[in-house]
Design a protein around this ligand. Structure first.
Ligand SMILES: *Cc1c(COP(=O)(O)O)cnc(C)c1O
Length: 367
């Protein structure tokens, strides 16, 4: 028996005809950068998020990087974020020329601990990047209140949370801008790299449009320096097809998650995900916690069940961030969680029987 951690092939066969039509259209029109597919996707994705503008870019990392540049965040500025995220969040900050400043996380939701924000603010602080981790929105209300009080920008890292709700509103509508990734395994994934910046602020959108294409809105007129970071036309065609299905896929993820919750509720020594009241969780990842993480992982692997760890080493303990001088013990909740988290197989097509098998094996291990 084999239960993969993620499987993208079933989804492909389900929507193959629609995809082929989209891809063939691009090949036949012969326009591979920009064009109607990119513009069409941007319009549809903006509508999906409930914002005025969406700008397609090369990746989620670039979405964050270009948003920071577009907001004027750079040298000498500090940006507050969490150490339990993918390194892209902090790479974007340093690529823009600014400094990441970490604060610890809430032990229940694993998102930014809002009680720690004010203690981290200095006169150099320019922005906060909350990460909607695993598919669950960060606690935006207190974050926004603090940001207003201290005149800080809020930029959402929504790379794992397409379609997730906070107080009934989709992520992407809370900050000055929000950044999405369309990496293949994300809830809305392309068949290659891609990303988007969404915002209600036309000026930010226009600056990202320039930055992604050599500072140019008009061929060979360069208003500023930028780089090459456009959303590929073929990927845009693929994303337009997939966007039509993403709410259903998220719902299927939620159904798998509640089955896991249900079956695991009498398992001692396992902590299931907590969903914040008033919000929704779109389960990019279904992450449990257990003190026996490494042994449980091995037990499952020996039985053909593949799992993941998000993330095994907190960013402040990564060699790349030695220079920040934050050793062990700096962010105790993050460090403890990193020892205990285990991501179970999660994708819309995961079978009910597979969830049952996985939980049976977990319980057998726990004894
Ligand atoms: C995936 C991810 C990114 C980066 O997206 P890419 O498209 O891979 O560049 C950024 N932040 C978080 C939280 C992510 O999970």
């Amino acid at each position: 028996m084999q239960i993969p951690f993620v499987d993208l092939r079933q989804q492909y066969s389900e929507i193959k005809a629609e995809l082929m039509q989209g891809i063939n259209g691009v090949l036949e029109r012969g326009i591979f950068v920009g064009g109607e597919e990119v513009a069409g996707f941007e319009e549809e994705f903006a509508h999906y998020c409930g914002v005025r503008c969406a700008v397609g870019v090369g990746s989620g990392t670039e979405a964050l990087h270009l948003t920071l540049l577009a907001c004027g965040v750079g040298k000498g500025d500090e940006v507050i974020t969490v150490p339990n995220t993918f390194i892209a969040t902090t790479e974007a900050i340093t690529l823009a020329g600014a400094m990441p400043v970490f604060i610890d996380i809430d032990p229940e939701t694993y998102t930014l601990d809002t009680a720690q924000i004010e203690g981290a603010i200095t006169e150099r602080t320019k922005a906060i990047i909350p990460v909607h981790l695993y598919g669950q929105p960060a606690d935006m209300e207190p974050i926004l209140a603090i940001a207003v009080r201290h005149k800080l920008l809020v930029i959402e890292d929504a790379a794992q949370a397409h379609g997730a709700l906070y107080n009934g509103k989709k992520v992407g509508r809370f900050g000055v801008a929000a950044c999405f990734s369309f990496y293949p395994t994300k809830n809305l994934g392309a068949y290659g790299d891609g990303g988007a910046v969404v915002t209600d602020d036309e000026e930010i959108a226009q600056r990202v449009i320039m930055l992604r294409d050599h500072g140019s809105r008009e061929k060979y007129r360069h208003e500023i320096e930028g780089l090459t970071s456009r959303l590929d036309t073929l990927q845009a065609a693929i994303l337009r097809v997939k966007l039509r299905h993403v709410d259903r896929w998220n719902q299927q993820r939620q159904e798998r998650a509640s089955l896991y919750d249900d079956l695991l509720k009498d398992a001692t020594g396992v902590v299931c995900p907590t969903v914040r009241e008033g919000g929704s969780h779109v389960y990019h990842l279904y992450v449990i916690r257990t003190k026996e993480r490494d042994r449980l992982r091995k037990h499952l692997e020996d039985r053909g069940i593949l799992t993941g760890i998000h993330y095994p080493v907190p960013l402040h303990l990564q060699p790349a961030y030695n220079y920040l001088g934050k050793g062990e013990g700096s962010y105790p909740v993050t460090e403890r969680v990193a020892q205990e988290v285990l991501s179970l197989p999660m994708y819309p097509e995961l079978k009910r029987e597979d969830v049952e098998t996985i939980v049976r094996e977990i319980k057998e291990f726990l004894g």
